[in-house]
Design a protein around this ligand. Structure first.
Ligand code: FAD
Length: 455
């Protein structure tokens, strides 16, 4: 093999691409990976990791408030956005280095620049027109924030990409969108002291999540002073002497803001990759269609992660990348089960969820039992904050299997991870009931709910 020939050429060094490259190399493949921006991809550079760091920063507002009820006297807390951004950037740079060195240690060749597919076994690097030959090509190019070209004045908006690097903390922020990214950024900036309005065109935020969580989180956000406007569409944005002015369709209400953050979904990064020329027709929003082994219509070309628009989460992209490498280079055909994916929304309060929503369960099962409870977490019991914690189990009455578990409150994401194991093993409500509680915790409510919920 000469220097430009590889067993595997991966396009995109994000969650899925990096895992696939490392595992393929560990199976003995000669691997190259091309990255046009920064090694680590969305999750590490401008997604999960920096987002969670901002959530931690934002949550101190609650901790300071709660501290007084436990006897602490604090000085006037002051927040320095520039310091947070600098510290966060230092950590992201460190992680990027770790990702790069792990690739190099695995023997993977890291190539900087945008790569496109030039044939079933050919890749072209756009900056210098270099060509590479590969037995297999893996597309792991992720997704990007949707713009809103139809919105007049959309050039004044930012997306999550820019939100991580604002020169200053916006005093007034409009977040447009109702998905988890919109909701998370609304919570982050509200906690840091911004006056936040969340605008969503649909009936209720967090479409796809259980209705009790959707409504519960909206109420908590409103309690925190976030203005949540559902059925609201922004008609135009203008820059004026007072800042940005967003005008709502219908009512014509004018909203003032220093920044308008668009979080209205993400689209697969598949355009201009040269796929159509090979007969790979792109699906909805540009998703690359693949089979259960992540193989496209062209047998030598595979795709994993957000670019395939299956379940757009880091652990899923990683699992798909790993399964691809085991299938193609490890002699072990492996597909990924997308049916039961525990997940979290790092809103404040946090959400953790696994399995079917109540509405989904009722559509698929004859009789469904609901167990739910709402209470003030013990952590808040000495103070005046009125936040409620919510827990809900959705159970198939016929088999007693727990079909869904939905939590809103502190550490809900941590709980969802463990519930995912139990539910993946087919846990029944009787299994939950048999489990001895850990006391005093919030999670113990999950194993002590005995009465069916009746409306
Ligand atoms: P990516 O990680 O996006 O990597 C794709 C890489 O390909 C990028 O580095 C890109 O620069 C590169 N690239 C694209 N085109 C080319 C090309 N032609 N040539 C070379 N390189 C190219 N998921 C969670 O599980 N939990 C969370 O809490 C969470 N929070 C998120 C918060 C935000 C704000 C965002 C935006 C996303 C979040 N996600 C979260 C989703 C998660 O980041 C993605 O699902 C995950 O990164 C997808 O991995 P991937 O490998 O498919 O793509």
């Amino acid at each position: 093999m000469n220097a430009n020939e590889f067993d595997l050429f991966v396009i995109g060094a994000g969650s899925g691409g990096v895992r696939a490259a490392r595992i393929a190399a560990s199976h003995g493949a000669r691997v190259a990976i091309a990255e046009e921006f920064r090694v680590g991809g969305t999750c590490v550079i401008r997604g999960c990791v920096p987002k969670k760091l901002l959530v931690y920063a934002s949550a101190f507002a609650d901790h300071f408030e709660d501290a007084a009820s436990f006897g602490w006297t604090l000085g006037e807390p002051r927040f320095d956005w520039a310091k947070l951004v600098a510290n966060k950037d230092r950590e992201i740079e460190r992680l990027e280095g770790v990702y790069r060195s792990n690739l190099e240690k695995a023997g993977v060749t890291v190539i900087e620049g945008r790569a496109v597919v030039d044939g079933p076994h050919r890749v072209r690097l756009e900056p210098d027109e270099r060509h590479f030959i590969a037995r297999n090509i893996l597309i792991a190019t992720g997704a990007r924030p949707n713009p809103a070209p139809e919105l007049e004045g959309s050039e004044h908006t930012i997306t999550s990409n820019e939100a991580f690097h604002l020169a200053q903390l916006p005093k007034r922020l409009i977040v447009v969108g109702g998905g988890y990214i919109a909701v998370e950024f609304a919570g982050i900036f509200a906690g840091l002291g911004s006056e936040v309005t969340l605008l969503y065109r649909g009936e209720e935020i967090l479409r796809g999540f259980d209705d009790d969580l959707r409504k519960g989180l909206r109420l908590e956000y409103e309690r925190r002073g976030i203005r949540v406007l559902c059925n609201a569409v922004l008609e135009r944005i203008e820059r004026t002497g007072e800042g940005l002015v967003g005008t709502l369709a219908g009512s014509g209400e004018r909203l003032l803001a220093d920044e308008v953050l668009l979080a209205i979904g993400r689209a697969p990064n598949s355009s201009g990759l040269g796929l159509e020329a090979l007969g790979i027709e792109l699906g909805r929003h540009g998703a690359i269609p693949v089979d259960e082994f992540s193989r496209t219509k062209v047998p030598s070309i595979y795709a994993v992660g957000d670019v395939t628009d299956r379940a757009n989460l880091t652990p899923v992209a990683i699992r798909e990348g790993h399964a691809f490498a085991d299938t193609v280079f490890g002699g072990r055909p492996t597909s990924v089960d997308h049916s039961l994916i525990p997940t979290a929304v790092f809103s404040q309060p946090e959400i953790g969820t696994v399995g079917l929503t109540e509405a989904e369960a009722r559509a698929r099962h004859e009789v469904v039992d609901i167990y739910k409870t709402s209470f003030r977490p013990m952590r808040l019991s000495l103070g005046s904050r009125q936040e409620r914690m919510l827990m809900k189990l959705v159970v198939d009455q016929r088999t007693d299997r727990v079909l869904g578990c939905h939590i809103m409150g502190p550490d809900a994401g941590e709980m969802a991870q463990l519930l995912g194991i139990a539910m993946g093993m087919g846990a029944t409500k009787a299994d939950f009931d048999r489990t001895i509680a850990v006391h005093p915790t919030a999670a113990e409510e999950l194993v002590t709910m005995r009465s069916k919920w009746t409306d």
